[in-house]
Design a protein around this ligand. Structure first.
Ligand SMILES: Cc1cc2nc3c(=O)[nH]c(=O)nc-3n(C[C@H](O)[C@H](O)[C@H](O)COP(=O)(O)O)c2cc1C
Length: 207
């Protein structure tokens, strides 16, 4: 089993990475493999709603790592998304990345447990955390929780390492993720995945 951890910070080995690494270590300690994948620090094109991905299940833009991440998550068993907090939300590049990764393709990720992790200097962690959870809760992905909302605090790695409660929250999240993955593996032997209703209803306005 493998969990994909997406690092949405432009700083590859900064605070968000430190938080994700703590989650990854707790998952590894439970015998489950992890991949920490950095989205990079180049410009990330936003979704242009061309809908070409509906059939191809690939994004038409190939000059960043979105398609690689789609492949990695399709093969992975679970997902953790990490972001620095920018103006009380996830950073913009990561939102563009996830918009293109999830739009019209989120059925590829159904029933894979997921969690969000955010790092901030001081404020806005909860609203950034809420925004990231929206990707999972429209995708039939069970959301894994921890002992507190998943955030660490600091602007340097050294500061994050002093956030003992934040780091413990990350470790608890990692263990909860591993527990859920092991439980789902056992459950899969006897319990079918839920069957979606057909046809899928889409009312763009209520009449
Ligand atoms: C554009 C920008 C906006 C930011 N907005 C916030 C904010 O709203 N609240 C906050 O506490 N920190 C804010 N910060 C600080 C970052 O959250 C912090 O530097 C970051 O989480 C460090 O993580 P990293 O090393 O992974 O990038 C902001 C930083 C930048 C660059």
């Amino acid at each position: 089993m493998r969990v994909l951890l997406l690092n949405g910070s432009p700083r590859e080995k900064g605070c968000t990475y430190t938080a994700l690494a703590e989650v990854a270590k707790a998952i590894n300690d439970e015998g489950i493999e992890t991949t920490i994948f950095h989205i990079g620090n180049k410009a990330v094109q936003g979704c242009i709603d061309c809908r070409a991905c509906k059939d191809s299940l690939r994004c038409i833009f190939n000059d960043d790592h979105v398609n690689e991440a789609i492949t990695l998550l399709t093969k992975a068993d679970g997902l953790v998304v990490g972001s620095p907090v920018y103006f009380a939300g996830p950073c913009g590049a990561l939102c563009s990345f996830l918009d293109r990764m999830f739009y019209l393709k989120h059925h590829l990720y159904a029933y894979k447990p997921a969690a969000a992790v955010v790092n901030c200097r001081r404020g806005g962690a909860s609203s950034a955390f809420d925004r990231l959870n929206k990707y999972f809760t429209i995708a039939n992905m069970p959301v894994i929780s921890s002992q507190y909302w998943n955030s660490t605090h600091g602007t340097t790695v050294q500061e994050v390492l002093q956030d003992l409660e934040g780091l413990q929250t990350m470790r608890t999240l990692g263990r909860n993720m591993a527990w859920m993955l092991k439980g789902l593996t056992i459950a899969a032997e006897d319990i079918d995945l839920p069957r979606p209703e057909q046809p899928r209803q889409r009312t763009n306005f209520i009449r």
